[in-house]
Write a protein that binds this ligand. Structure first.
Ligand code: CS2
Length: 494
């Protein structure tokens, strides 16, 4: 019997040799302060924002540590606390794996256990940046309009209980109000979710929330708080059991919270932080720019749009992962047709060739070392479709251009939302609107056109313009009929 490996922790870190195969923190961890508080700590941020911050610390030292906050479950804290916040990341390329230990995470707070402690931490003047990856639905907004959904149960709760919030918007507002009342400068709010104009979007939500109680506070937010926009990119699948063994094999230390990720990463940040400052993320290759919008358009529409399309079609066709789906030439060819519809609607960012970008995406999706489940990406489609696919649909329709590949993606989402796969097995649909969508479909009966009409009538998703556009409705309905009669693979081979 082999002996159990010791757990990764500050005490066992010394077992790894500096300069060895595993990259280690090269700075003084004791000098770190919780200058960044991150809401929604999960695999993505630990392999993206934390990695950039770690790179800067490794090059230049400093005190920019990160304190994580989980807004829902305790699992990240439970896995990371016994490790003193240390974790392994595994960079997985087609030619092998590279492990590193990340040291910039100081700890994790679990908000539902003590919301007041989280508000106090955010309100502490030591907190200079509050960054967020709470996923699209975590902002409690209406995806079609970008406005705060006042009927959302968490928002309704937080307006009633502003000192013990549940939502990210509620926490930001509570802490900013304390800062204002204490006459202190605010922190910078850095949204790192895949939302359009994410800085301005979150600024609007926090202001909407604040204005319900105190218009003067909302004005102070507008005048004093910075919400830089960002574009974030790195493919980071959710933790899989096999990652635990892989991390242990790479380091000889047991890690309950490793993260596997692709080699590629990109972070484009609007350089508008004010006196609160920021780490010198450009040292790690982040692009600090005046206008993030062109980068965000490119990424949300070409990467995330294609991801969602492939998630629904691939899942329906029986593919467990993105790499499985793109390894099928039918789906690779479909993606090229989809990108050919999207590219003309995307003004290229400075110096960027979009054909090269999408070819590189195909290679990233085809990375055999990244097992990114179609089911994972299919989650929360109601929150993702507008910015990923529907904006492009609108622009092509306005230009009188056809949308066959985009319509198929939307039809595949509709087919998936029905909750039964092509073999008749149930689909575990995870979406805040899952029950509502399913109820609409059930009420609509079996006629495909009626089912599609029932879904397109969801205004929070499709607005009022798309269901009133006969060419759009007919393209989605036709694609849906083909999905039902011939299946996803045949529908994609058109
Ligand atoms: C994915 C994204 O889960 C999803 O919806 O499309 O998480 C995607 O992997 C990242 O945005 C890549 O940067």
């Amino acid at each position: 019997m082999t002996e159990a490996a010791p757990r990764l922790s500050p005490a066992t870190l010394g077992r790894l040799a500096p300069g060895g195969a595993v990259l280690l923190p090269r700075y003084d961890r004791a000098a770190l302060r919780p200058a960044i508080v991150h809401l929604g700590l999960g695999a993505f941020f630990r392999a993206h924002g934390a990695h950039y911050t770690e790179d800067v610390l490794n090059q230049a030292g400093g005190d920019w540590g990160i304190l994580g906050v989980s807004l829902q479950r305790p699992d990240q804290r439970d896995r990371l606390a016994p490790q003193g916040g240390l974790y392994t990341t595994l960079e997985r390329g087609p030619d092998g794996e590279r492990a590193r230990i990340v040291g910039c995470l100081l700890g994790v707070m679990v908000a539902p256990e003590d919301p007041a402690a989280v508000v106090a931490r955010l309100a502490d003047p030591e907190t200079r940046i509050v960054s967020l990856t709470v996923t699209e639905k975590g902002y409690c907004h209406d995806p079609a309009t970008g406005r705060l959904n006042l009927a959302h149960p968490d928002i309704a709760h937080d307006l009633e209980n502003p000192e013990a919030p549940r939502s990210a918007v509620g926490f930001l507002a509570a802490a900013l109000r304390r800062r204002r009342e204490a006459g202190q400068a605010p922190f910078t709010v850095l949204c790192c979710d895949n939302l359009p104009h994410n800085g301005a979007l979150v600024a609007g939500l926090v202001r909407d929330f604040a204005a319900r109680r105190d218009p003067a506070f909302a004005e102070w937010i507008a005048a004093e708080v910075r919400f830089p926009a960002t574009m974030v990119d790195r493919i980071v699948p959710a933790l899989a059991e096999a990652d635990l063994a892989a991390a242990e094999a790479a380091t000889g230390l047991a890690d309950h919270a490793p993260v596997g990720h692709e080699p590629f990463r990109q972070w484009v940040i609007e350089d508008r932080f004010g006196p609160a400052g920021r780490p010198a993320w450009e040292m790690a290759g982040a692009q600090l720019v005046a206008d993030v919008a062109p980068f965000e358009h490119m990424k949300l529409r070409l990467l995330n749009g294609a991801h969602s399309a492939l998630a629904y079609l691939g899942y329906l066709a029986g593919h467990e992962t993105i790499v499985d789906a793109v390894s099928d030439p039918v789906f690779a060819a479909y993606l090229r047709r989809l990108w050919a519809e999207i590219r003309p609607m995307v003004p290229p960012p400075p110096g960027q060739d979009l054909e090269a970008y999408t070819e590189a995406l195909l290679a990233r999706f085809g990375n055999p070392a990244i097992r990114h489940r179609t089911w994972q990406i299919a989650m929360d489609g109601s929150q993702k479709l507008p910015q990923r696919l529907l904006s492009t649909v609108r622009e092509r329709r306005a230009a009188g251009l056809p949308i066959p590949a985009l319509a198929l993606a939307i039809a595949a989402w509709a087919r998936y939302a029905g909750g039964t796969d092509e073999t008749g097995a149930p689909i575990d649909v995870r979406d805040p609107m899952a029950a509502a969508l399913r109820a609409r479909l059930d009420a609509a009966g079996t006629v495909p056109a009626a089912r599609i009409a029932a879904l397109l009538a969801v205004e929070a998703l499709f607005g009022t313009d798309l269901p009133a556009d006969p060419a759009f409705v007919s393209a989605v309905t036709t694609a849906y009929e083909t999905l039902l009669s011939a299946g996803a693979r045949a529908a994609a081979s058109a």
